[in-house]
Design a binder for this molecule. Structure first.
Ligand code: PLP
Length: 402
């Protein structure tokens, strides 16, 4: 007899499954377009130069030790993280009604925020975009939400935002429902609302008394500019909305495995901040007790030094520009060889991903026959494309479609 005998095998997580298969594939022209992680033109992971500088300084600083951080993390880091999200001129910061909690990267920030909303504010219903990042549903359900619902987002036929569908679904949402919004560089579609469209979304959220929970995993990656990529969050704050925002420093600092994140919380007055902090303290204490320090120290080191901060912004530009170049190259190549269909969406979309429009069978065919690793939703990571593999990828896409 075993206590585990009735346990069923859970399905694999597609993206991690592909990442595991990839190194064991000895096909010489294999291409990895599945991972949401930056690669150089040489297909190598990139440790940002500012990260190296910060790490070297921290390593040689005898004051840096391995003591526990407080339960809510490294406060000086969180302050700066919330500041880059809300902006130096933020009214909410000036009025002391916004603060941050260091969490375990973007996922951990969403999880802590969701558990707070479910267990302390009694929220049960949440909405996520259709489609969305493959983890939103699981994170919110595991955090205690009961009712997962979708709002329309992607108009597959026109390869653009389904604004009317989105607004209609939000209009029909019950009062108090939590709405997950991608702050920028929507994953997987690479399609963000325009500023006018965001204004409409904010209006409905306000009118219908919904609760916005932003997911900011790509600040800087969409346009190459930290302020532009935070526009939507800042607009909601200006509109007087209370909100939560999970921030990840995995992508914009290349700190994927350091799990550096921040949950920013904006209230409409500072009165309840001590109560919110005390309740989140209980959540974190019961979940992982306190966060790791190394990655947060790196980010803090860079954000608190003007020269390094400027260098970091240059590093972000390097990454976002390479991605833009790859979009251009892929589109040009698909058009040059006459791959069926139109390909303007490849350059219209922004951020790390392109939603190619390929269906599940076509995507799987690319993986199996051509060793081009991508998700079955047709999502490719632009970071995996390089000047040396883009022609091969375009050719494989064309052959798959003809
Ligand atoms: N949210 C979105 C939309 C993402 O794409 C990701 C990562 O791929 C995350 C959150 C969380 O990432 P992490 O937990 O690695 O910071």
């Amino acid at each position: 007899m075993s206590w585990f005998s009735t346990l069923e095998q859970a399905p694999p997580i597609e993206v991690f499954d592909l990442l595991k298969q990839y190194p064991n594939d000895d096909f010489p022209q294999k291409v990895n377009l599945s991972a949401g992680a930056y690669r150089t033109n040489e297909e190598k992971p990139w440790v940002l130069p500012v990260v190296r500088t910060a790490e070297t300084a921290l390593l040689n600083d005898e004051k840096v030790n391995k003591e526990y951080l407080p339960i809510l993390g490294f406060e000086a880091f969180s302050k700066l993280a919330t500041r880059i999200l809300l902006g130096d001129d933020s009214v909410a910061l000036a009025e002391n009604r916004a603060f941050g909690v260091q969490c375990l990267s973007g996922t951990g920030s969403l999880r802590v925020g969701a558990e707070f909303l479910a267990t302390k504010l009694g929220k049960t219903v949440f909405y996520y975009s259709n489609p969305t990042w493959g983890n939103h549903r699981l994170v919110f359900l595991n955090a205690g939400f009961k009712d997962a619902r979708e709002y329309r987002y992607w108009d597959a036929e026109n390869r653009s935002l389904d604004l009317n569908g989105l607004l209609e679904d939000l209009n029909n949402a019950p009062e108090g429902a939590v709405i997950i919004l991608h702050a920028c560089a929507h994953n997987p579609t690479g399609c963000d609302p325009t500023q006018d469209q965001w204004r409409e979304v904010a209006r409905v959220i306000k009118e219908k008394k919904l609760f916005p929970f932003f997911d900011s995993a790509y600040q800087g990656f969409a346009t190459g500019d930290l302020d532009k990529d935070a526009w939507a969050v800042r607009f909601f704050v200006k509109e007087g909305l209370e909100l939560l925002c999970g921030q990840s420093f995995a992508k914009n600092f290349g700190l994927y495995n350091e799990r550096v994140g921040n949950l920013s919380i904006v209230l409409n007055n500072p009165e309840k901040i001590p109560a919110v902090k005390s309740q989140i303290t209980l959540i974190v204490r019961g979940m992982y007790s306190n966060p790791p320090a190394h990655g947060a120290r790196i980010v803090h080191y860079v954000l608190s030094n003007n020269e390094l901060y400027d260098q970091w912004r240059d590093n972000i530009k390097t990454m976002s520009s390479r991605i833009k170049e790859m979009r251009q190259k892929l589109r040009e190549e698909l058009e040059r060889i006459g791959a069926p269909g139109s390909w303007n969406h490849v350059t219209d979309q922004i951020g790390m991903f392109s939603y190619t429009g390929l269906n599940a069978a076509q995507s799987q065919h690319l993986v199996k026959k051509y060793h081009v690793y991508m998700l079955s939703t047709g999502r490719i990571s632009m970071c995996g494309l390089t000047p040396s593999n883009v022609e091969y990828v375009a050719k494989c896409i064309k052959e798959t479609l003809t």
